[in-house]
Design a protein around this ligand. Sequence first.
Ligand SMILES: *[C@@H]1O[C@H](CO)[C@@H](O)[C@H](O)[C@H]1NC(C)=O
Ligand SMILES: *[C@@H]1O[C@H](CO)[C@@H](O)[C@H](O)[C@H]1NC(C)=O
Length: 299
Amino acid sequence: MRRSAVPRGSLLLPPPLLLLLLLLPAHSTQGYKPVIIVHGLFDGPKQFKTLTHFITKVLHPGTEVSVIDLFDNLASLKPMWRQVRGFRNAVYPIMQKSPDGVHLLCFSQGGLICRALLSTIPDHNVHTFISLSSPQAGQYGDTDYLKWVFPDHMKSTVFHICYNRFGQKVSICDYWNDPHERSRFLQSSSFLALLNGEKPHIGMTAWRENFLRIRKLVLIGGPDDGVITPWQSSHFGFYDRNENIVAMRKQEFYTNDTFGLKTLDARGDVSVCVRAGVQHTSWHSNYTVFNSCIEKWLT
Ligand SMILES: *[C@@H]1O[C@H](CO)[C@@H](O)[C@H](O)[C@H]1NC(C)=O
Ligand SMILES: *[C@@H]1O[C@H](CO)[C@@H](O)[C@H](O)[C@H]1NC(C)=O
């Protein structure tokens, strides 16, 4: 609120009260940190109008919400690192003009882009990172998306396309995690295995420190998602080689604390929100989800 919003009559008040009136409105409207939204595979800002409405009209009028308009729709298949570079250029200036920090809310594939941003921007000021139904531990499933991108392949054969230098140039290959092809994954993965610290690299310590700058990690997902497979990947669970689920705290990247997850959890800063009855493309427009899993973090 600008100074001009102070009622004219207040000029007649004694100086201390006048000062109070001039200061108060400024403080009460600047309280909410800007929210940056990163979309997922095959979508773009259009799909986030409802969520933006929830935040700016229902919850905290005046909150600055930026839905980054990059790599929309088909362009979301571009290599993950290329997208990370693009999103960094869009997101960094918003961080710079937000001295109190920002919140990052990232959907599906966008959750991995955001994790890469958090790992590689040394001076980011993300307060809360909300990962909304994101395949954080990877993806391995026969879904409509997969059929559409690779019509001639089933989950069991996709590794042939994905696990080589050319395959890694398609976003979904960058986080394709075939539990039966572990060594090929570790050999070829130029994105997820690095992000998870499953494949040691020179930047590991720095990435871990950068990631740990966040104050809170919020992981949202659920069993009726229909796209994220296994759905537990939305909170860092994943298949073992027999396709049984290994929970987050039993994952090696957790026990070895390769990228900071265990530290974050020990700090009490990992919050998991599981909701049934939500299909993949409904997460960001479901008010119950917003109300019970997201709202309280947007301070
Ligand atoms: C975890 O640590 C063990 C023992 O040092 C090592 O053999 C293993 O490769 C590590 N795994 C990951 C994912 O870092
Ligand atoms: C919205 O979310 C709730 C659970 O939080 C779920 O029961 C309901 O089915 C969802 N509705 C839609 C349309 O996704």
